[in-house]
Design a protein around this ligand. Structure first.
Ligand SMILES: [Zn+2]
Length: 217
């Protein structure tokens, strides 16, 4: 059955296996198919060339969908509650970016918006858009284009860096104000885990092979 097969196995592209070059010693290998759950190592230095991750499409689709749902919570629920000098303030993530732009640091504000809102949205949205139809052996319109942009946006996804920066700042602020983490903060922490799991769920080489095979069908 095509659907079952397309979920379970890493298909081999029509022109036969590709070449895989070791990033560490530049040795060229013929990338033969490997069993699910196993990895291919360089014959010379032993570095990992690629991995056939188990249930890759199911995992990437579920983690990216969860990430997209968590994004709604992150962007609407309060990130942090603060009581200082009798004033109560609630801050959301888009509100923080807007405040930075309004308070005279537009570059920092735009950076926060780009690296913590727009890039994760492109990455999680793109992974879901491309991988959900692939589970049924189908190619979404413009899937190649979306995958290329996802790869470009991946290094700019900096939610971990932002979360670490927020934690350090809040620890310092906690000495002068009464702080409480809101639902948005916990959703953001969950988003970080889901994004990392979604990206790690499928090898890029497998994704391109699956796209190529779906295109040829
Ligand atoms: Zn090597």
């Amino acid at each position: 059955m095509r659907t079952r097969l397309s979920i379970l196995t890493w298909p081999e592209p029509k022109g036969g296996p590709h070449r895989a070059i070791c990033h560490y010693c530049d040795t060229v290998h013929l990338a033969e198919p490997i069993a699910e759950g196993s990895r291919a190592n360089c014959v010379l230095c032993g570095a990992t060339l690629f991995q056939n991750r188990p249930a890759s499409l199911v995992r990437v689709t579920s983690f990216s969908l969860t990430a997209l749902l968590l994004m709604i919570v992150v962007h609407t629920a309060p990130f942090v509650d603060m009581d200082a000098a009798g004033l109560h303030t609630e801050l959301t993530l888009p509100g923080a970016a807007r405040a930075l732009i309004d308070e005279g640091t537009p570059l920092v504000g735009l950076g926060v918006a780009l690296f913590t809102i727009i890039t994760p949205l492109i990455l999680a949205g793109g992974l879901f858009y491309v991988c959900a139809p692939l589970m049924f052996g189908r190619l979404a319109p413009g899937a190649m284009f979306v995958t290329r942009w996802m790869s470009r946006s991946e290094p700019w996804n900096m939610i971990e860096v932002f979360l670490l920066g927020v934690l350090v700042s809040l620890l310092k602020l906690g000495k002068v104000a009464d702080l409480h983490f809101g639902i948005g903060f916990w959703a953001f922490a969950g988003l970080m885990v889901c994004m990392a799991a979604a990206v790690a769920a499928i090898d890029k080489r497998e994704l391109w092979d699956r796209l190529e095979v779906a295109k040829g069908q």
